[in-house]
Design a protein around this ligand. Structure first.
Ligand code: HEM
Length: 230
């Protein structure tokens, strides 16, 4: 027999899904801004290994000459990003949800076992708890990254007014680079997160949409067929 198991409270689901379009707008508008001065590349000597981003990228996504538009979107949505993030963190602190999220002393070992399992190198499945060690580490990291984006963003938004913060983060240029690296981090997180969600299946996804999962109820003993009569 099947039973419904309550998984995510409505507030967590709202915070999570509201964050998706906000983060999308932040990344997209950030790219419009970045186009106006795009110095980052990875190079050895004179050989450029990775150029963020080649001209074809801007052209394909129509990102060129839209600096003012990018700034307008970025500076409106940053408040929503901040508000949603702060309310989420407050909620997890007040209602104890942080207990499922913050890594504990088993998390790193567990995360390693989950990685081996996902790579097909370990047979034993990860523990069927709300969040396994790998998830605890990834989710806590992405929340910290949110704080990082907020701080580095403020440091480059008002470097004069927040001169102390900008200095603490290594100065304007460094804070800008940190802000950029965090964004690359979200994109990487996003791909891994989506891959894991697809892997975990529909039931798990529905948990984040509707709040419950459908599980086998092992407490109900199914009726045994009667012994054959002689
Ligand atoms: C379309 C995009 C996304 C989908 C389909 C998705 C799906 C999910 C699902 C199904 C869970 C629950 C996992 C479980 O119960 O085992 C989850 C949790 C989570 N996701 Fe996403 N996600 C998306 C985008 C994002 C983004 C952009 C972020 C942040 C950068 C994010 C951060 C998180 C966090 C922090 C949790 C844990 C939430 C908590 O319980 O407090 N997700 N996601």
């Amino acid at each position: 027999m099947k039973k419904l198991v309550y998984k995510h409270p409505p507030a967590i689901r709202w915070f999570h899904w509201i964050n998706v379009p906000i983060l999308f707008v932040m990344i997209w508008s950030g790219t419009l801004i970045y186009w106006a001065y795009d110095p980052y590349k990875i190079q050895i000597g004179d050989t450029v290994l990775i150029q963020f981003f080649p001209d074809s990228f801007y052209q394909f996504f129509r990102l060129r000459r839209r600096l003012a538009e990018g700034m307008a979107w970025h500076f409106v949505f940053m408040w929503l990003f901040m508000l949603n993030g702060l309310l989420y963190v407050l909620y997890t602190l007040i209602f104890g949800e942080w207990r499922y999220l913050v890594p504990n002393r088993h998390s790193f070992r567990e995360a390693w076992q989950v990685t081996l399992h996902d790579l097909g190198l370990r047979k034993t499945a990860p523990p069927q708890v709300k969040y396994n060690g790998a998830q605890r580490i990834a989710y806590s990291a992405v929340i910290l990254m949110g704080f990082g984006s907020l701080l580095t963003g403020l440091a480059i938004y008002k470097p004069t007014q927040f001169a102390g913060l900008t200095g603490l983060l290594g100065g304007y240029e460094t804070a800008r680079l940190e802000h950029f690296i965090l964004t690359v981090g979200y994109v990487l997180f996003f791909f891994v997160h989506i891959a894991q969600v697809i892997r975990a299946g529909w039931n798990n996804f529905r948990g984040m949409v509707a709040g419950f999962e459908v599980q086998e109820d092992r407490s109900v003993v199914s009726p045994q067929p009667a012994d054959p009569q002689p």
